[in-house]
Design a protein around this ligand. Sequence first.
Ligand SMILES: *[C@@H]1O[C@H](CO)[C@@H](O)[C@H](O)[C@H]1NC(C)=O
Ligand SMILES: *[C@@H]1O[C@H](CO)[C@@H](O)[C@H](O)[C@H]1NC(C)=O
Ligand SMILES: *[C@@H]1O[C@H](CO)[C@@H](O)[C@H](O)[C@H]1NC(C)=O
Ligand SMILES: *[C@@H]1O[C@H](CO)[C@@H](O)[C@H](O)[C@H]1NC(C)=O
Length: 438
Amino acid sequence: MRVKLLFVIISTLSLFLAVVLLSPSTPVWKPSHSLNSPNSSKSDIWSVTRIVEWRPCNWWLQSHLTPLPAKSNGYIRVDCYGGLNQMRRDFCDGVGIARLLNATLVLPKFEVAAYWNESSGFADVFDVNYFIKRMNGFVKVVRELPPEISSKEPHRVDCSKRKGQFDYIESVLPSLLKYHYISITPAMSQRRDRYPHYAKAALCQACYSALRLTKSLEKKATELLEAIPKPFLSLHLRFEPDMVAYSQCQYSGLSPTSMKAIEAARGDDRKPWTGEAARIWRNRGKCPLTSNETAFILQALSIPTNTNIYLAAGDGLMEFEGLTSTFTNIFTKSALLSSEDFKSMHGNTKAALDYYISINSDSYVATYFGNMDKMVAAMRAFKGLYKTLFLSRRAFAEFTSKGLEGKQLMQALRKAHNDDFTMGRGSALPDCFCEFKL
Ligand SMILES: *[C@@H]1O[C@H](CO)[C@@H](O)[C@H](O)[C@H]1NC(C)=O
Ligand SMILES: *[C@@H]1O[C@H](CO)[C@@H](O)[C@H](O)[C@H]1NC(C)=O
Ligand SMILES: *[C@@H]1O[C@H](CO)[C@@H](O)[C@H](O)[C@H]1NC(C)=O
Ligand SMILES: *[C@@H]1O[C@H](CO)[C@@H](O)[C@H](O)[C@H]1NC(C)=O
């Protein structure tokens, strides 16, 4: 019995040692283990014991064992639209499709002008050499097209409006074989369960292991990271005019400036819900959290009000006084970067900084479940950073609509978020990560 116990202790210790010795070192700075301030009376949400954790799936990590096809079916360029993280998501999808179709991948087109009013292509944000190197064995990538097709524009295949079970082999392969060079925009919310593992693995590798910022962007991001006091929480507060307009939710108590900004962002087809419809919509968790609501939930999670918080948010963030009036150590990139630096920066660059800070922070809290939040949560899971939480808009709406307030509301919110954190809910994209019982 004693021997057995000793054996267990020794193997546990050596496992621990192995983990410590083998874990990749973080270049800049390692997150510490506790965000608790010494005098916080109640233990915060991060001290809750998790029973489930998401880790990269084995079929991904082992997929270099599947050899690439000897012959390529043609060239595919992925055309990406929207914000930085949406483009990244579509690009990752496109890499999986290229592998599925046994195609050769050309560097993607990042069509940013429409959203950001700027031009900033793939190579301005991501390190191309690194990408090509890291994709070795997962999918064939070329930097330059062969001369006989390099002068042609690709045949365009737009799948962005397609939904559900959409078969790329059936509907896209014929075009690829016919034109030899096509560009695609992947379908939204595509199900990939039926992809062979090697195609899914190409997607995962591209998204989480082969994309890193360019040297100059990473330098700027590192400077910013160094300027933030440690330990810190990165908070993605998404109470911006476009988001609020898009959500079709109505808020009372907003300042006239905010109301104007929301009105300006609202198209004719995006009128806010009213009456009973508005109530149901809100209870389904469709309404972005305000700063006030966010501050309240953070307190319910016993996150001390003197916690260092980096505000990962766009320039248009509204009503953030609701947060700064309670949480006093708030840091923004506009305050930490020199003003010339900041003014010359593009929207994509700023989004890249927020992303970088958020995958390197001690903890990450998102108030929404958008493209950036999903990307950051998955990257954090990939890096073994598990203090990641999505605040529940639905729980907040449900409890407040039942009339809970004050201490009771806090307790209910704490319980709901404890459960989410325990189960690792939302802390990684299911496509590339597998549930691991702790
Ligand atoms: C923690 O203690 C320090 C002094 O020891 C005090 O200034 C600070 O307000 C306290 N913080 C909290 C959250 O109670
Ligand atoms: C891709 O190549 C593999 C063999 O390497 C083959 O099994 C598969 O059917 C091919 N798929 C397409 C769409 O050509
Ligand atoms: C886009 O940029 C141009 C020139 O910098 C500017 O005149 C224009 O107002 C901008 N448009 C928007 C929608 O911001
Ligand atoms: C947020 O709370 C402050 C007081 O803490 C209040 O003045 C303001 O109206 C609130 N804003 C919203 C949008 O509820």
